[in-house]
Write a protein that binds this ligand. Structure first.
Ligand SMILES: [Cu+2]
Length: 217
């Protein structure tokens, strides 16, 4: 069996495995994301008895999704730029209310920005204030040379576009893995009032400044 799924920290997937092997067959599930750090995560091993011909039988219907559907025709669009890191080409950023260079950021243990701002604590001005129950499209622009799994608290969103192309499944997620230099559009109804963290779920990146607050009024 072959096949690859890319998931970052905080991401989950539901998999249905249609097992068609014979008793005693085995295959490995490997993490191959970092070529030099590959490892065997687990083995799937068939038991001694043969599987029934139609193991899945009738697939039970899932309960209907209760997430509010984003209304893309009336959506308000906001761009969110993720910057910083080595080979990011960033020269200046805003940290604790003033402009600083990359060197000063690094000396403070910081390396990353959201819309040009380095987060330095957990209390901060919101990067966006959204009206309750409106649909928003966030255009996420990864201007770094690194992967970032970006996680929004308080909401699930649809991933509607990648690098200008619509996605096939408009998948529901609460964390989306951005490849280096990738641009991703997400859409959701801001139906949960509060101040919600929006951050990279590689926690070193979050601590290094890659987080913001989205306020839903
Ligand atoms: Cu990151």
């Amino acid at each position: 069996m072959t096949g690859r799924l890319d998931i970052g920290p905080a991401m989950r997937i539901d998999l249905i495995l249609d097992l068609t092997g014979s008793p005693g067959d085995a295959f490995a599930v490997r993490d191959t994301f970092y070529r030099r750090l590959q490892y065997r995560l687990l083995d799937v091993v068939y038991g001694p008895s043969r599987l029934p011909e139609n193991p899945m039988g009738e697939v039970a219907a899932l309960p209907a999704n209760t997430m509010p559907e984003p209304d893309l025709t009336s959506a308000e669009r906001h761009e969110i730029v993720f910057g910083g890191g080595m080979m990011g080409g960033m020269s200046m950023a805003r940290m604790d209310g003033r402009e600083v260079g990359m060197m000063e950021m690094m000396q403070s243990g910081k390396a990353w920005t959201v819309n040009g701002v380095v987060a330095t604590g957990h209390v901060m001005d919101p990067i966006l204030t959204l009206a309750r129950n409106r649909t928003y499209i966030l255009a996420l622009d990864n201007r770094t040379s690194w992967y970032h799994p970006i996680h929004l608290h308080g909401h699930s969103f649809r991933v509607i576009g990648r690098n200008g192309q619509p996605t096939r499944h408009k998948e529901w997620q609460d964390t989306v893995l951005m490849a280096p230099r990738e641009q991703i559009e997400i859409a959701f109804v801001a139906d949960n009032p509060g101040g919600w963290m929006f951050h990279c779920h590689i926690l070193e990146h979050q601590a290094g400044g890659m987080m913001g607050v989205i306020q839903v009024a």
